[in-house]
Structure formats: C-alpha cells, structure tokens
Design a protein around this ligand. Structure first.
Ligand SMILES: *Cc1c(COP(=O)(O)O)cnc(C)c1O
Length: 394
C-alpha cells in the first residue's frame, strides 16, 4: 500500500478514469457542439471540490457548476479559469465578489438583477446572467407572466448580459412516468423561444443527469450533470427507464471508494452487549473489529446494526450503534482480520461492492445524500485505474 495511505484513518479514493469515462458517456448523449457542465456543488458530491477543480481540465468538461459563492472561490483558488456557473442564491452584498471571480450567475429576482446591473456598469463589464425559467418545479424560477418584464430589464440593462436561460426538472428521477417532465419540457421550449427572439445567443440548458439519460432531447446547448458523472444512477427508476436502450445504454462507473482501517480486533463473549443503548447482544463468542469512523464523518447513525463493510474481501455487519467517531463490525466469520487492515465502507473491494444505493436504502434516503455528507475533512486521493495514488491528499 502507498505510504500516503498508511498514515490515514479514513479517506476517499477517487478513480479519475471512471470520472472521465462517465463524463464521456454523458457527452455522447448531448447534441454535437453542446457544452457539458459538471456539477461540483456539495464538495463535488463528497468527492472533494478542491481535487475535482484540479482534475477538471483533464476531465475535459466545459463548465463547472456550484451552488454557493464560497465554492466558486475554491474553484478559482485551485486554478480553474474556465467557465463556472453559480446555481444558487448569492447575497446582494456578495455579488461584487462573485463578479470578481468572473463567474456566471443564475438569476431569478429583480433585486439581484438591479444590483448586478449597477455593478456591471461600474466595472464597464456586464454581469453574465442565466435567467431561471419556472416550468413546474417551483423552487427558483420566474413565472411566464413575468418573463416580458425580465426581458425588458435585460434589454435596458447596460451592466447585464443575458448569457443563458435555464430550467430544472421536478419529477424525472422519482418515476418511470415522464409525463410531468415532458410538460415541463414543452413549457421550457415555449419560454425559451420568447427569450431567443430577444436574445438569440442565450445558452439554453435544462438537463440534469436523469434528464439526459431518459430524455436526451433535454440536452439543448448545455447540460448540467452531477450524480451520473460520479458514476451513480440518480435512482432505480432512472436505471429502469434507461435500460430500455439495451446495448446503446450508458454504463456508469462509481468513482468514489470510501475507506477506513481496523483500529482494534478482539474476542468478546456470547451474550455481550455492544455499544450505546445496548441495542446488540452477541449470540455467540464474537470477533469484533473496531473502526475509527462514525456519524461525525458522515457514516450515518441509521447504519447501526444494518450496514455492511468489506474487509479482506468479505462482508462484515455493523453491530450496535454507530457512534460519533467509532463503529463496530462483526468479523467472526472472516479469518485473519488484523488491526490496520483496510476496510471499504462504500465502493468495491475484490469481487464485492457496497453501493451508495445500498446505504441510501438503509438510511431511507437517496445516494446523493450519502455521498454529499461524507465529511469534507476526510482526505480525498486521486487514484488511477489500478488503485494507485496519483497525488497527495486534496
Ligand atoms: C444539482 C443540480 C443539477 C445536477 O443534478 P444531478 O441529478 O446530480 O445530475 C443540475 N441542475 C441544478 C440546477 C442542480 O441544482
């Protein structure tokens, strides 16, 4: 094992070749010439924002997308000088900082637009805005009846440039019935036509991973791909809907392996209680491995007594409650487990795999949440296809 890892308690390995392959697969779903925006919000879905910002050029993505201003600052600090889109709200007092970072902004309210106009004029360089169009998600987005006044605002705003017009689907991951998404697509097309009459150069973008996988006609001039680029299916429904494509279908390769190592192994007697709340009582003499990982690291407390980890190529079940920084697993049936053995919490080890979807099912949530809550404090290491570390901790 590489020296860098010997000193770590818990870490994530990011397979760069897997990321590149997934992104290439999404690019192939896009119309020729369309741009690929890689969504790296939430610490790049747990994969490490700083690491991904540095890898972005070799991954050959056109844009990076983040939710918050602070994330955009990290992209620039790590040397990403390409286009970046802020997807979320920026406080008006921080809009000047966003323009200093030379990023595009998603806009959907008049006060933000007024402030950007003022700042753009003062700098002699218009603020690049992507107008969010409401098509049925009712999160951000401007209503159809407001569109004309927004377009007028962009026509008169010397400090503004309408660089894009976007929307976002509400019900594309959660179902195999895409009728709601189709209605949103129709509404988007009709709003977009009005935007393009006034601003023909505005970049049209609507698709997230699932949209591109199940309705490639949502690709337009740019797609905003997150979860799928990390090699994770947005949902079982998306996988089922896409599976109809057969051989033409996309194969996604999970890029993240979350690892820790055994901190102690010991025998405890039959009838012993394990952990807080005495929720688990051994039914036999048990070989217990103590892991230095807990809910403070993002290893969800709901995994208590339910999740498995991989050690020496075999599955060991978590027994007792997951603690803040510690979890216990039963290794009675796995010969030879020793302190410092590598343990996979999420990902592949030899022929077995713990999937983000498995852990999500246990915690009654979605893979997005499992990944994005892996503590940002844990080191992220880029690895090549053979699992060798390519660079130091990010
Ligand atoms: C997070 C996000 C995406 C990416 O969605 P995935 O399902 O991860 O591909 C795209 N667009 C917007 C506006 C988002 O917030």
């Amino acid at each position: 094992m590489d020296d860098a890892r010997n000193r770590l308690l818990s870490w994530c390995e990011i397979d760069v070749a897997a990321l590149a392959a997934n992104l290439a697969a999404f690019r192939a779903l896009l119309p020729a010439g369309a741009a690929l925006l890689f969504v790296v919000k939430a610490n790049a879905y747990g994969h490490g924002l700083r690491l991904l910002a540095r890898l972005a050029p070799e991954l050959r993505v056109d844009w990076l997308g983040v939710a918050q201003l602070e994330e955009a600052a990290v992209l620039r600090a790590e040397g990403w000088s390409g286009p970046a889109l802020l997807l979320g709200y920026v406080p008006r007092a921080s809009l000047a900082d966003a323009l200093d970072l030379d990023v595009d902004l998603t806009v959907y309210d008049p006060a933000t637009i007024d402030e950007l106009d003022r700042l753009g004029r003062a700098r002699g360089r218009p603020a690049r805005c992507h107008l969010k169009l409401e098509t049925g998600t009712h999160r951000q987005g401007i209503l159809e009846e407001e569109l004309e006044s927004y377009l007028a605002r962009f026509r008169s705003g010397a400090g503004l440039r309408l660089a894009g017009a976007s929307t976002h689907f509400a019900n594309i991951e959660d179902t195999t019935d895409h009728s709601y998404a189709r209605r949103q697509l129709d509404r988007y097309r009709s709003l977009l036509a009005r935007v393009h009459e006034a601003f023909p150069a505005a970049t049209a973008h609507a698709a997230c991973s699932a949209a591109l996988l199940v309705m490639p006609e949502t690709g337009f001039a740019m797609a905003r791909v997150g979860i799928g680029a990390y090699g994770i299916w947005p949902s079982r429904e998306t996988l089922a809907s896409h599976a109809g494509r057969g051989e033409a279908g996309v194969r996604l390769l999970p890029a993240l392996t979350w690892k820790t190592r055994v901190a102690q192994v010991k025998w405890i007697p039959a009838g012993a209680f394990v952990g807080y709340g005495c929720t688990h009582r051994t039914s036999r003499r048990t070989r217990l491995a103590v892991l230095p990982i807990g809910y403070a690291d993002g290893y969800d407390r709901r995994f208590s007594d339910l999740a498995h980890v991989l050690v020496r190529g075999a599955r060991a079940r978590v027994i007792g409650r997951v603690c803040m920084n510690v979890a216990m697993v039963d290794v009675t049936d796995i010969p030879g487990v020793e302190a410092e053995d590598e343990v996979v919490l999420l990902g592949r080890q030899e022929s077995d795999e713990i999937k983000a979807a498995d852990l999500a099912a246990i915690a009654q949530t979605i893979p997005y949440e499992i990944l994005s809550r892996i503590s940002p404090d844990l080191p992220r290491l880029a690895v090549d296809g053979t699992g060798s570390v390519r660079s130091g901790p990010a």
